[in-house]
Design a protein around this ligand. Structure first.
Ligand code: SAM
Length: 260
């Protein structure tokens, strides 16, 4: 997936995850044994802390760029009490030849699959990799049509907006991040445009990269139907990583699903 390879060098500067996310997945993994699978591991934000906590992780991603950075970060982490095995695979169709007591898919990764068929293929694949009674946890954006700004509906040109400035440690470079999003309500997709400018300390643009990302949203009810179809029982749905039951004002849905 070339779009994720293009993202990889900027990913850690721009994406810091959600409050309590890492701790939640590490705690869940530890509670279910000493082995886990992470689907869509990216640069290792979740799988490295899992290994630090003594959980042996298989970490899967489709992007060789993300996996290369993850490998670098594993090397830099020094001694890890448990191993991380990196696997390049598509989360819609992988066969690792083994099962796990716990599988994690953090940071809205399922939203990268744009159709119900792709989403179901992925969930069934995950289900096949769970031990009997094993647990799968993932988090998704809590989709609410009322939260979509009217100006961002399909067809309306939305200008890029500067949303962040990220200094690159030791390099005298600052990454300027511009973003615009359109929402296709019919397809339930967010079509995002990102521009990353690498600027020197005087503000001169050294390099500019245009990045595109399309993600799909699932409502709470759609997710409920989908997971039942794919062989899961809903154990809990939280609205934050502290374990508060999902309510109408939450921005995130955290699904804890058991294999049936
Ligand atoms: C939002 S990032 C999450 C990365 C990491 N888990 C984190 O929390 O920072 C989504 C990841 O999913 C990967 N991904 C997207 N589509 C995929 C697919 N079809 N199969 C496997 N990985 C995929 C991307 O390459 C990216 O690394």
């Amino acid at each position: 997936m070339p779009e994720f390879d293009a993202w990889a060098p900027y990913y850690d500067f721009i994406h810091h995850g959600l409050p309590g996310e890492v701790e939640f997945y590490v705690k869940m993994a530890k509670a279910h044994g000493s082995r886990a699978l992470e689907v869509g591991c990216g640069t290792g934000r979740i799988c490295i802390p899992m290994a630090k906590a003594g959980v042996a992780v298989t970490a899967l991603d489709i992007s060789s760029g993300m996996l290369a950075l993850c490998q670098e970060k594993i090397a830099m982490a020094g001694f890890l009490p448990a191993e991380i095995e990196l696997v390049r695979a598509d989360m819609r169709r992988f066969d690792l030849g083994c099962t796990y007591p716990f599988i994690a898919m953090a940071y809205r990764t399922l939203m990268h699959l744009l159709t119900p068929d792709d989403q179901a293929q992925c969930l069934r694949c995950i289900r096949r990799h769970l031990e009997p009674g094993g647990v799968f946890a993932c988090n998704l954006w809590m989709a609410k049509p009322s939260s979509i700004p009217p100006a961002a509906i399909t067809g309306v040109e939305v200008p890029l907006e500067l949303v962040g400035q990220h200094p690159v440690p030791g390099e005298n470079i600052v990454l300027f991040h511009f973003h615009a999003a359109r929402y296709d309500e019919f397809e339930q997709q967010i079509i995002e445009q990102h521009r990353i400018q690498e600027r020197d300390l005087r503000g001169h643009i050294l390099r500019q990269q245009e990045l595109h990302l399309t993600r799909a949203w699932l409502t709470r009810r759609e997710m409920e139907h989908l997971v039942y179809r794919c062989g899961f029982r809903v154990e809990a749905v939280y609205g934050n990583f502290d374990g508060a039951p999902l309510g109408p004002d939450h921005k995130e849905m955290i699904w804890v699903l058991r294999a049936v």
